[in-house]
Design a protein around this ligand. Structure first.
Ligand SMILES: [Zn+2]
Ligand SMILES: [Zn+2]
Length: 291
């Protein structure tokens, strides 16, 4: 866990080395800081998993919960909504107008935040699409705002659930052991061990060093990567078996505090390059809205 001061410092350091991300960083850093602050106020009861169910999950290598079971602190999420709309209005020109639309619609009760939050948790694409049409806002922007508000609750809930995992053997799977979602990035720790980060609950878990994290393929003819000499801390792994890619941050190459979401949004050029080459990332969900 890094402090808010360290997060700000990491953001400033990245800004210096990659000026083209200045405006993206100005916005997202404030969003992340607001989320961290909100996290301190979150009060939710822990999700309880009965011992029998836990055994079944462990035996069948199933995630602890379904994402619909995460518990949201509605009050904290609603407060954050107003904060993030204001940040978007002030710092994200491309989101500015729709941020206003959403904030007004919420104040006039034209749309219900709780419905938005639970539609995201339950992955109700149809309901989200209808809501977005009604508000005349693109689906992905509505989801961005909604998810940004509930992310601190989801992360808190995931942290509480980690206690169940400590008693289990590491499964080293390509999906999140907490909620079953896909990873949106990987990193090598100071010992060179590979970890993945969940795109939904931000849980980090250990996996094997080699092979595709999505399909487990380990054939060297199918596993490739690219990187640039100017950014030695990043690598993008490509799999020709399942055509997924994943960005990898080598923590041995960075001298700033590691805040995964920050690295995620300041490497969008790598996502673009991987997509140009015809690869997709099953875990890229929410953090790549243009600002
Ligand atoms: Zn997860
Ligand atoms: Zn693969």
């Amino acid at each position: 866990m890094i402090t808010r001061e360290q997060l700000q410092l990491s953001s400033d350091l990245i800004k210096k080395s990659r000026p083209s991300y200045q405006s993206i960083l100005d916005f997202y850093t404030q969003v992340f800081l607001a989320q961290e602050l909100s996290m301190q106020d979150i009060v939710i009861p822990p999700v309880v998993i009965e011992p029998d169910l836990l055994k079944i999950k462990e035996k069948n290598e199933l995630p602890l919960i379904d994402q619909s079971e995460f518990i949201i602190d509605l009050k904290a999420a609603e407060l954050l909504f107003n904060k993030i709309c204001d940040l978007a209005y002030n710092f994200a020109p491309k989101l500015s107008f729709n941020a206003q639309v959403l904030k007004k619609a919420e104040q006039n009760k034209t749309f219900d935040l709780e419905t938005l939050f639970y539609s995201i948790l339950n992955n109700h694409g149809g309901a989200l699409h209808e809501m977005a049409m009604l508000l005349n806002v693109p689906d992905h922007e509505l989801i961005f705002f909604g998810y940004a508000c509930i992310a601190p609750s989801i992360q808190t809930c995931a942290k509480q659930l980690e206690a169940y995992l400590t008693a289990m053997p590491d499964q080293k799977k390509g999906y999140c052991p907490i909620c079953g979602n896909q990873p949106d990035m990987a990193f090598l720790d100071k010992d060179g061990k590979r970890h993945l980060k969940c795109c939904f609950c931000s849980h980090e878990w250990l996996v094997k060093r080699m092979g595709c994290v999505f399909c487990d393929n380990n054939d060297k003819d199918y596993q490739h990567y690219f990187f640039s000499d100017e950014e030695k801390e990043y690598r993008v792994n490509l799999c020709d078996n399942c055509h997924n890619y994943i960005k990898l941050v080598d923590l041995r190459q960075i001298d700033r505090s590691f805040y995964p979401k920050l690295e995620q949004i300041t490497t969008l050029h790598l996502d673009m390059k991987a997509r140009e080459k015809g690869y997709t990332n099953a875990g890229s969900l929410t953090n790549d809205v243009s600002v």
